[in-house]
Design a protein around this ligand. Structure first.
Ligand code: UDP
Length: 238
């Protein structure tokens, strides 16, 4: 059997991805499909860490524009990510995946608190680790949390799940002729202001030389394809 290209991965799931067509809340079918895709790569011996967003419930910047203090709104957003983390854990465990949720904000009754060495130990034991509550700080995003945690646990790659099959020059939904990038570097993302990840997350990946693959999550089997070295989506490196 062919060996996976990556030993340890970081999967970034947006909150929106969990909402499916509904655009808000959680879609059970979508979450189960994600669980199955992760199981496929865990079965190959790949260690999987996940950072999940909260945009399907709450976004700090949007709430702040409507008048809530930004830091407070951001803390609310971080709590939203924990709801998603618990939903994912439930789905993963239903199909037999050993899973731990580690939160950046202590909530002992709900999940373990993030401790780097503990996260690594869980991964080494083959458990899927879901990081909740982002970085634990307002004014940051879960993309930045994904970059940060990936670097901390020494993941080899960040897989950023989206609804399209990579990064485009323009929004492919608005312009069907928009050009897709197969490869990009971080400086191009920053200079062209491509909306791959926010600039904090992009800089963190660039400075620490951790590549990102932007891919379509809705096509089942894509996570495994990437892990096995198939070139899909957009590959971003330094
Ligand atoms: N958030 C934060 N600090 C973090 C991560 C997230 O304050 O380190 C808040 C922020 O308000 C954000 C919300 O949590 O809008 C949900 O996260 P994000 O928007 O990154 O989720 P996604 O777009 O991936 O669903």
């Amino acid at each position: 059997m062919e060996k996976p290209k990556y030993r340890r991965i970081m999967l970034k799931l947006s909150g929106e991805a969990l909402a499916g067509e509904k655009g808000f809340g959680l879609d059970h079918e979508v979450i189960m499909s994600i669980a199955r895709q992760i199981q496929e790569v865990v079965n190959l011996g790949v260690e999987v860490s996940v950072v999940v967003g909260g945009g399907n419930f709450w976004r700090g910047a949007t709430a702040s524009a409507q008048g809530i203090d930004r830091a407070t709104a951001d803390y609310m957003g971080m709590l939203a990510t924990v709801m998603n983390a618990l939903a994912l854990q439930d789905a993963f465990e239903k199909i037999g995946l050993d899973t731990r949720v580690l939160t950046a904000i202590e909530m002992r009754e709900v999940a373990e608190t993030y401790i780097r060495r503990r996260a690594i130990r869980h991964l080494e034991k083959g458990r899927v680790v879901i990081f909740g509550a982002g970085t634990g700080n307002p004014f940051f995003s879960t993309d930045t949390a994904a970059a940060l945690r990936a670097i901390e646990v020494e993941a080899e790659i960040v897989l950023k799940a989206t609804k399209v099959d990579g990064v485009y020059e323009q929004d492919p939904v608005l312009n069907p002729d928009a050009k897709k990038f197969d490869d990009l570097n971080f400086i191009e993302i920053l200079n062209k202001r491509l909306r791959v990840m926010d600039s904090t997350a992009t800089s963190l990946c660039m400075d620490n030389k951790i590549p990102i693959i932007v891919f379509n999550l809705n096509e089942e089997g894509n996570i495994k394809r990437i892990v096995m070295g198939e070139k899909i989506g957009t590959f971003v490196k330094g």
